[in-house]
Design a binder for this molecule. Sequence first.
Ligand code: S3P
Length: 174
Amino acid sequence: MKLKKNIVLTGFMGTGKTYTGRVLAVRLGTRFIDTDSLIENDAGIPIREMFEKFGEPHFREIERDIIRKVSDQNGVVIAVGGGALINPENLNDLKRCGIVVNLTASPDVILSRVERNPDRPLLQVDDKIGKIKELLAVRAPFYDKADIAINTDGKKPEQVAEEILEAVRDKWIL
Ligand code: S3P
């Protein structure tokens, strides 16, 4: 199987973009690019620390630069951070270079996947489920702009990857 375009995984924190992206890339025999990892490599510090020291706007600037760069790639699997699509320039670049897949999950499932992980600066609040619901509501119109949506509730990354392959096979894979 050879990809005609990139496959871009987006969706809220805890929807499994990174795990699924890895599995998908192996299935396709192609490279996996995780923009959050590139951002951390570039900055030399974890995203959590970047938020603490320099604030979210600084993170978003670096995220924008990285997404501009990775949009040059072809035939790879790319996972972007859960807030990337909010910037219309990111959305344009990603749609141009790939098929954008929105991974979804219910708030309870998201909470169960992220609650013990301190690496999500936006969810370091007391009312985590409230924050998840609030951010999901604000972001829904942006996630809706993806080409396809796949629900991940109760599924392993392998199953989600298969569903993505099924959905993109005819149109986007040679
Ligand atoms: C963010 C999601 C994170 C990371 C950063 C901001 C967001 O990525 O980019 O903490 O705004 O939703 P994941 O979606 O991979 O957790």
